[in-house]
Each structure stands twice: as structure tokens, then as C-alpha cells.
Design a protein around this ligand. Structure first.
Ligand code: ASP
Length: 333
């Protein structure tokens, strides 16, 4: 006679045989991460070998930090945060330190993060003096009943939390200031001067099958009137749902908001059964058809980690438990 445990095993096996594996099953113990450091006009001729190498090293550092968390059994949320805080501290990227200048020569930062386990999310928009806006976004998720806080209120919330502040000089870079001056003097748009956009983001799948996504940015050079882009908008710049995918976007935010980029990619995968690459390419094509440009990083529940862009480059990287570990800059590599 069968013991109770082995009977239960037999019953469970019968169920699996009848129902099959759950849809979009997560491969046991597998993990994946993808990161970006912004998309834009990034030709090889615009880069010196030193600059190229420095960007790759910076991406590698952020990618490795996120991968380490996942390899050691940490959560997708912690991996996303670990990768993003490194890029927020790196003046090469337009997030945290190194953020672009607003019209008034300040830095207004936007960030968001989403947990695919239960679709809880947090976002901040137009905050100043916050060293790691991604951490503040996470605090909004965990320590407030809200999803998005903006401006003065977000600032007050930050002061009540254990959030690291930084003085205005921390965010300053001569290159970004020069971009603002050129924009004003030559009456250019942000698209003309934000040659290398530089927004940062990360998406991850952890060993437990949970997805997470996060994005952090200084927005676009010369922004005014409290302009907010897609980065802090859940469904546009960031989205994560264990049943669908995790997305972080970068590019011309107005178009990404209008298309609802991140959520649309996930919906296509969930409802139409498209793979991550097919869904991402279709939605980036939609952005392009409206006149927008940029790119996305996506991780699927099955561990696929993909990029899609309609720009000539996107700073990016990906690593998986299957042994992939690479960084890239140009679209054609
Ligand atoms: N998407 C960001 C924004 O519109 C900018 C960027 O990704 O470069 O604020």
C-alpha cells in the first residue's frame, strides 16, 4: 500500500500530467538581468576608444552588481536597485549624479520601480537633491499608501524617510551644462543636444520566479514647466508582472507615455503569446511610427533577456544563469 506522501506525489503528478506545466513557466533556479544606460544617437565615430571602454566598464560594474544579488539568491527587486544605484552615482549617466539640467539650471529627477510578484509599485517625479531616486521610489512603494509622489510633497516624504540627500553640486557636470547652454543659444530641442540620453534602468528575474523593473532619470535637457517623462510613469517607462514580463524604457518620454510602452509589451506577451523580442520590436516600431525614438530592455518569465531600439545605440548589458554576460553600446553589435 502507498504511504500518504507518495499518494500525494502521485496525485500531484497526475494533475501536472492533465494540466501541463503552468503557462510561461519559470525555469527552476534560473535568473536573468538586463540593464540600460540610455538610448540615443550613438555612432562609433562619436566615441573615442577610451570613452567606449569607460562606458563598457561602467555598465559591467552595474550588471555584475545586479547579477551577484540574483546568483546569491536575492530578490529581483534588490538586483534592480543594486544595478541602478551604481549608475545613479556614475556621472556618465543621466540619473542621479550627472543628471541633465532643467531650463533653470537645476536637476529634477524621476524614478520608478515595480515588483512583478504583486504589481506593487512606487514612483517619484521632479525631486531634487536625492542621491538615489530609485530608493525613494521604492520607499513610496513600501512606506506610503501611494504609487507616485511629485515635487514638494515627494520632497517632504523623502525628508521623513531614511533617504540620502546630496548637495546641488553633486549632480553638476560641465558636459551637461554645456548641452543646456547650446540648447538655449542655438534654440535647439532636447533631442538635438541629448546626444546620449543616459537614463538608466534594470529588469530582473530571480530564482523564485519573481520579476522586477526600475528606471531612473534626470529627464531631458532644458525641460521646464514641471515636465515629467515616461520614466516614473508605471506602464510607460516601467512595468513588471510575473505573469507577463518586466520592462524598463529609455528615449523620448512623451512618445513612450502616449504608447504606454512597458505595459503594452507585457500585454502582447500575455494575451498574444508573443516572445519578448517580437513584442518589444512591435511596440518600439509603434513609437517610431509616431516619430519617437528610444529603446527597451525586457526580461520574460522564462528568463529571456532582450533589447529593442530604433536608435543607433543603447548602453546596455545582460546576464543570465545560463552563462550569458555581455555589455553593448551600438545597435549593430
Ligand atoms: N525617457 C526619459 C525622459 O523622457 C529620457 C531618456 O530616456 O533619455 O525623461
Amino acid at each position: 500500500m502507498k504511504s500518504i506522501p507518495s499518494r500525494l506525489t502521485a496525485i500531484a503528478a497526475a494533475f501536472v500530467a492533465i494540466l501541463g506545466a503552468p503557462a510561461m513557466a519559470h525555469e527552476e533556479e534560473g535568473w536573468s538581468i538586463a540593464i540600460h544606460g540610455g538610448a540615443g544617437t550613438l555612432g562609433r565615430k562619436d566615441m573615442t576608444p577610451e570613452r567606449d571602454a569607460a562606458y563598457r566598464a561602467a555598465l559591467r560594474q552595474a550588471l555584475d552588481a545586479g547579477a551577484k544579488v540574483l546568483r546569491e539568491g536575492g530578490t529581483a527587486m534588490d538586483a534592480v536597485e543594486a544595478a541602478i544605484v551604481i549608475m545613479e552615482d556614475d556621472a556618465r549617466f543621466n540619473a542621479g549624479r550627472g543628471a541633465v539640467y532643467t531650463w533653470d539650471e537645476t536637476h529634477e529627477l524621476d524614478a520608478s520601480i515595480m515588483d512583478g510578484r504583486d504589481r506593487s509599485a512606487g514612483a517619484v517625479a521632479g525631486v531634487t537633491g536625492i542621491r538615489h531616486p530609485i530608493r525613494l521610489a521604492r520607499k513610496v512603494m513600501t512606506d506610503s499608501p501611494h504609487v507616485m509622489l511629485a515635487g514638494k510633497g515627494a520632497q517632504q516624504f523623502a525628508s521623513e524617510q531614511d533617504i540620502e540627500m546630496a548637495p546641488p553640486e553633486w549632480f553638476d557636470t560641465p558636459e551637461r551644462l554645456e548641452a543646456l547652454k547650446r540648447l538655449k543659444a542655438e534654440k535647439l530641442s532636447a533631442i538635438d543636444v541629448d546626444i546620449k540620453f543616459g537614463t538608466v534602468g534594470a529588469v530582473a528575474l530571480d530564482k523564485s520566479g519573481n520579476l522586477a523593473a526600475g528606471t531612473s532619470t534626470g529627464g531631458m535637457t532644458g525641460k521646464r514647466w514641471g515636465r515629467i517623462g515616461d520614466a516614473p510613469v508605471i506602464g510607460a517607462g516601467t512595468y513588471a508582472d510575473n505573469a507577463a514580463c518586466a520592462v524598463s524604457a529609455t528615449g523620448w518620454g512623451e512618445f513612450f507615455i502616449r504608447v504606454g510602452v512597458a505595459r503594452t509589451i507585457c500585454l502582447r506577451m500575455q494575451m498574444k503569446g508573443e516572445d519578448a523580442q517580437t513584442a518589444s520590436d512591435a511596440v518600439i516600431a509603434e513609437v517610431g511610427a509616431l516619430g519617437g525614438d528610444g529603446g527597451v530592455i525586457v526580461v520574460a518569465p522564462n528568463g529571456d533577456a532582450v533589447f529593442s531600439m530604433n536608435t543607433s545605440g543603447m548602453y546596455r548589458g545582460r546576464a543570465t544563469s545560463k552563462g550569458t554576460s555581455e555589455v553593448g553600446i551600438y545597435a549593430d553589435e
